[in-house]
Write a protein that binds this ligand. Sequence first.
Ligand code: GLU
Length: 493
Amino acid sequence: MTVRTRIAPSPTGFLHLGTARTALYSWAYARHHGGQFVLRIEDTDVARSTQDSVQQILASMRWLGLDADEGPVYQMQRLARYHEVAEQLIAAGLAYRCWCTPEELDAMREAQRARGEKTHYDGRWRPEPGKVLPPVPAGVKPVVRFRNPSDGEVSWNDLVKGPITIANREIDDLIILRHPPEEATAELPEAARTLGVPTYNYAVVVDDWDMRITHVFRGDEHVNNTPWQINIFRAIMSLPEGTIGMLARDQRLPQYGHLPIILGDDGLKLSKRRGAVSVTAYEEAGYLPEAMLNYLARLGWSHGDEELFSREQMVAWFDGSHLSKSPAQWDPAKLAWVNAHYLKQADDARLAALVAAQLRARGAPEVEALVAGPLAPACALFKDRCATVVELADWVAMLVVAVAPSQADLDTHVTEAVKPALRTLRDRLSSVDWDRTTIAQAMKETLAAHTLKMPQLAPAVRVLVCGRAQTPSIDAVLALFTRERVLERLQHV
Ligand code: GLU
């Protein structure tokens, strides 16, 4: 059996961190087993799906480097297939048309509530031997319902949660093809308008079946859908030979693994209202994809005590075991720590390109001169002090953007005792060769001439030139600037 996994995002927003984690696990599991990973876009919610969102999702998947072997497959391009399978299910008595109007369904639920019952579809259009169905009303477009088994139970051994069993009497006859609201149908193909659009639980099954998916990882919020999906699977598997054309009879149900939700650092479900939840937001905030992957991997999975590992290590280790049953908590401080680790390791030319993009987006001046000049060495010098590319850009920005030292730093470091030395230093720097060694020499000579110590002079230079009292070695930092800029920033003493 070839392992085949998939990620199936709905294009109704950015790629959510939870979906990114599911994608990572599905990808790593497929890679671990030498299998295949499929990307499917579940765009059947026509009122909420957007092309923009599809593009964002694809871009985030690319950014994370979660390469799919197949896809993106778009569900809305597979309507004919859903219609075909639905007709086969209807012909086999495993699905049926239901002409209930929304008003009728409302009244049905109202009456059930009044009787103190749990609301459910009462099966009025469900064919039974000997049962006389109501006359088909004129002018009503029917939906198609799945004829769920009325007794017995559905069980599966969840890869994360362990054995789960649900009684079939708890499960309604689910709508599998329905008609979207009029206003959302204008641009839909004719077939969607006449026959309807598949619902999530149905399209997922037809797709997972057609795509021969063997392992489904997804969020906990879908665990209640799985009994329906398993029943629809079994119905499809029971269709007579030939009706499912291209499909092999040896195919089995996928194995399901439902991953616990991710909690925000406040212990509540990670949500848009309480902070960034999209992969894009972290890309923009200056996180590196390898850090995101490493961090996401540990949110719900472990390999011993390992905290920092590469994609290759994760693939080698990710065999579907050691998945956590309890929700993981999003920890921004840990993510920053992981990112800082990868930032330190990152190639300086790569960081330079990322920082240049940040600076361009901020409208910073002279970015191209930086790129041609000291940007990569500046990244090398500052990256140890940064958690994100944005912080790194903040450091690099001082090379081209005016700095504003705080009054407190000026008062503490740029004292009357140091000012004469600062003036001497400025004079010396105006004529020496502009490299780190010569700058260091000029500082030493200045200290000797004024009988001062480095801890008195260096912070004053830092405050004036860099706008902050702490930096890496001041001679190395000054060498990154143009001489003119250093002289200009030292001139007001
Ligand atoms: N489109 C569903 C979602 O984004 C996919 C769920 C599944 O993997 O079956 O939640």
